[in-house]
Design a protein. Sequence first.
Length: 179
Amino acid sequence: MKQVDFKFFRRLLHDARGAEIAEAAAVLPIMFMVLLGIFWFGQAFSIYGAITRAAQEGVRASVPLCTTCGTPMTYNAYATAAQTAVSNALIASHLDPTQMQMTAQPTFSFCLSPLTLCPATGAACVQLPVQLVTSAQGTTDCGISVALQYPFKFWLPFTSISNQQILLTASATARMETN
């Protein structure tokens, strides 16, 4: 009868050759997914910042003076200026303005005769004159509202949100200036 060499089995149990490969095979896919997630969420945050700035630029470019309040025909020029400013800001951020969408109009109470330009796609939703609450006492001022949505697709393989489109929403309001 041959005697079993226990030294061989002890050496085999303590041998760590190849363990690094097994650990890397387990950790690298998870690390890769985390890095992809950071990248795509960063992209979404960048687009959100760009559309928020575009909505703010639209409001700044179209704040009417209240001397013209009450006549909807004069509002068309302000709404056109807002939509042009939003489109220019998106182009400056390397985003396609024709991708803008508006699924639901923001709800505001209107001062005087309202104008609402909310196309389904390709332009921002401009509403004026809307009522803005400006103080704790509840006094209201008239203002303008610009809102838009922009689509974004995440690409995270092996997840439920891979290739799903989400709509990033931005809006801005400003008080109409008085003389």
